[in-house]
Design a protein around this ligand. Structure first.
Ligand SMILES: [Zn+2]
Ligand SMILES: [Zn+2]
Length: 144
């Protein structure tokens, strides 16, 4: 038997060594006073009910949180899978290369258009200057 002068004794029986601490109120209890259920060791039925109720609530919160986290993680995972699948699909179907060719083509034609416009602009400018000069020449020409 345990040394009664050492260690905790039962809250109800001061001559008996405690075998456990109440899961609810943490008071020491002897084997006879022990109320046990679902792994909870309590000093009384009231304490046991309290312990069961509080763990039921925290378990509920934990499982709820866990489910929410798993859902968010799963959604993020799916999003990446979809993005990768789309990219891979584009690449393997040749659209990636086609798309790139399209971009290059557009860029080159765009450049050509810009060059064309620039040339046109220069020509127009030249024509305008020539016209002006002609006007000035006409104006300054006394024979006209
Ligand atoms: Zn208790
Ligand atoms: Zn006791």
């Amino acid at each position: 038997m345990a040394n009664l002068n050492n260690g905790p004794v039962c809250i109800n029986h001061h001559n008996r060594p405690a075998v456990a601490h109440c899961a609810s109120c943490r008071r020491p209890i002897c084997e006879e006073c022990l109320v046990e259920q679902d792994g909870f060791k309590c000093c009384s039925k009231e304490c046991l009910q309290q312990a069961l109720a509080s763990t039921a609530i925290s378990n509920d919160i934990l499982s709820h949180r866990g489910r929410a986290n798993a859902k968010a993680k799963f959604a993020g995972f799916i999003k990446w899978i979809v993005i990768l699948a789309v990219l891979a699909g584009l690449w393997f179907s040749g659209l990636g290369k086609k798309g790139w060719n399209w971009v290059v083509e557009k860029f080159n034609s765009g450049k050509a258009v810009v060059e064309e416009k620039a040339k046109e602009g220069v020509l127009k400018d030249k024509a305008r200057r020539d016209g002006k000069r002609k006007q000035i020449d006409d104006f300054s020409d006394p024979s006209k």
